[in-house]
Write a protein that binds this ligand. Structure first.
Ligand code: KG4
Ligand code: ZN
Length: 351
């Protein structure tokens, strides 16, 4: 059974063909980061416009690479939320038009269910039940997944998502968007113990909080700037034309490494707590932040030490892609959960 998945929830236009919810036949992702980088974040209006330009060529390419026609499809699966409303609207309108025009069944997919099921696109896939850490730009949640469509929220972020914290800290450091991969790379060369940033473990719950960490980075940078200003002032008495001191590269690397260590420590520790609480010893990671090298490494170490079986998809399946939407759509289609032409995108949609 071939399903065409479509995802336009954020700043990537993606279409994919997946067989039986498991095998990727094609998976095309057209990134928009070139247009958003200079603004330090996603500009929703620009994102929607680029989706309109890209949706047709991206879908055509997915079909071409899969070497199939629309008539070979069993269903169309489209992400209808959560995400940017204008962006979602493009994918939903397109999918509804194709479904209606070509008489292909339509399925609406929650973006988070797509992330949660993305480990099934790898050969080494989990069996139910498993703990799922979905950690992306908009969400940081722990679920107990007991079956397709049966997910219990164990904890979620009370403020910023981990990816959002990465993107904001990147901006504070004068770096560009998306911040996650940039900080990840810089952190490899920095000292994770250079700055003792706080870890919000929230001991009585599996919820997360990352806004305090982001504020701690801001305070650290401000106090460093002040310290340098004072030093420059006192130097003035000794030196004529002192060099202005700016944030140097080594310091940025140390802040990146220390920030990343704080995020990773909390994500790993709380995942371990979820295992202890449920007794379920299988853990799957998904979402853009699970592409993070530090998180992957520390999670593996924890898994080895605690004998927890880990399922971490390859990096291209961690970040947004339509293969995961097709995979999730397949299971909804099997349950005959079809969408009509009244399928509307939703910026907020719980899983
Ligand atoms: O899942 P995703 O592609 O889109 C959403 O559903 O939000 O996640 C995007 C987020 C961004 O915040 C980005 O900075 C972060 O994932 N990200 C990373 C890495 N790659 C992407 N964060 C940390 N380390 C990375 N290597
Ligand atoms: Zn996502």
């Amino acid at each position: 059974m071939l399903i065409l998945g479509i995802d336009t929830s954020c700043d990537d236009t993606s279409a994919a063909v997946v067989q039986d919810g498991r095998t990727i036949i094609s998976n095309i992702v057209s990134s928009q980061s070139d247009i958003h980088t200079k603004y330090g974040g996603i500009v929703p209006e620009l994102a929607s416009r680029r989706h309109i330009e890209m949706i047709l060529p991206v879908v055509e390419e997915a079909l071409k690479q899969a070497d199939i026609a629309l008539s070979d499809l069993s269903a169309l699966a489209v992400c209808h939320g959560p995400g940017l409303i204008g962006s979602l609207l493009v994918g939903c309108s397109f999918a509804k038009a194709v479904s209606y025009g070509k008489n292909i069944p339509l399925v609406g997919v929650n973006h988070l269910e797509g992330h949660l099921l993305s480990p099934f696109l790898e050969e080494h896939a989990p069996e139910f039940p498993f703990i799922s850490l979905v950690v992306s730009g908009g969400h940081t949640s722990l679920y107990l997944a007991e079956d397709y469509g049966k997910y219990t929220v164990l904890g979620k972020t009370r403020d910023d998502a981990a990816g959002e914290a990465y993107d904001k800290v990147s901006k504070l450091l004068g770096l560009s968007y998306p911040g996650g991969p940039i900080i990840d790379n810089l952190a490899k060369e920095g000292n994770p113990k250079a700055v003792a940033f706080p870890r919000a473990y929230l001991p009585d719950t599996l919820d997360f909080s990352f806004s305090g960490l982001k504020t701690a980075v801001l305070h650290h940078l401000k106090s460093e700037a002040k310290r340098k200003e004072q030093r420059a002032e006192s130097n003035k008495t000794h030196i004529l034309n002192p060099e202005p001191e700016t944030l140097n590269v080594e310091h940025i690397k140390d802040v990146a490494a220390s920030f990343q260590a704080a995020v990773v420590d909390v994500l790993v520790r709380k995942t371990e707590w979820a295992v202890n609480k449920t007794g379920v010893r299988k853990v799957a990671l998904s979402g853009g932040v699970s592409a993070n090298s530090g998180l992957r490494q520390k999670m593996k170490e924890m898994g080895d030490e605690k004998r927890i079986e880990l399922f971490i998809p390859s990096v291209t399946l961690c970040t947004d892609n339509a293969a995961m939407i097709a995979a999730a759509g397949y299971h909804r289609f099997l349950k005959k959960e079809l969408a009509g032409l009244d399928l509307n995108p939703k910026a907020y949609l719980a899983l």
